[in-house]
Design a protein around this ligand. Structure first.
Ligand code: SF4
Ligand code: SF4
Length: 187
């Protein structure tokens, strides 16, 4: 039974992050240590990690969309430098990961990030099918998805010679186990 003392349940991005990952962004007090230590904050990201925390704290719908459409969430290396430096122990890489998922679901990913997404998907599909990374399948799927067919083509014979590129996929024995892992992860 509800009472008038209960707070209404918020469904903004900062609350969904808290509910789904346990990370509390309200604790951020904008010291900037995360941004100062981030290897890509100023060269690659349009918003450094501390600014992403601030944009989310505003609970403003437009700011949430800015974050979800940003390139910053895709160039994050998940290196955890920010997390290590944060006095409030805010797990920023997990936040980035969560926002990437919503950005993907809503199909509002930054145009420059499409290659990164194609590479992630090719990697996951290779693991899903064989339980291992099949280099040739991974490269072909990435190239077909991005339409980037000829880049690095001269590298292939050298890699093949050195045994780094396998034509046939090697499978792990228990592929059913891999299927179960993917099914449970999806849930
Ligand atoms: S995890 Fe991402 S945001 Fe944090 S320091 Fe590394 S690249 Fe920057
Ligand atoms: S280091 Fe932590 S508290 Fe400081 S700005 Fe970054 S997220 Fe906020």
């Amino acid at each position: 039974m509800s009472s008038h003392n209960e707070h209404p349940v918020k469904n903004n991005l900062i609350s969904r992050i808290k509910n789904n990952t346990g990370v509390n962004i309200y604790k951020c007090y904008q010291c900037g240590k995360c941004s100062a230590g981030c290897p890509v904050a100023y060269d690659e990201m349009e918003y450094p990690p501390s600014m992403i925390m601030r944009l989310l704290q505003t609970e403003d719908k437009q700011n949430e969309v800015l974050v979800k459409k940003s390139y910053a969430i895709w160039v994050c290396l998940t290196c955890e430098m920010c997390f290590t430096r944060c006095p409030m122990e805010i797990d920023i890489p997990t936040v980035m990961d969560y926002v990437r998922q919503e950005s993907l679901q809503e199909k509002i990913i930054h145009p420059k990030a499409k290659r990164i997404v194609a590479s992630h998907e090719a990697f996951i599909n290779s693991i899903r099918k064989t339980g291992r990374l099949h280099e040739m399948g991974f490269v072909m799927e990435y190239k077909l998805t991005t339409g980037n067919l000829t880049q690095d083509i001269f590298l292939a014979p050298k890699m093949f010679e050195k045994g780094k590129l396998h034509i046939l996929a090697e499978k792990i024995k228990d592929t059913a186990l891999m299927a179960r892992i993917f099914k449970r992860t999806k849930k």
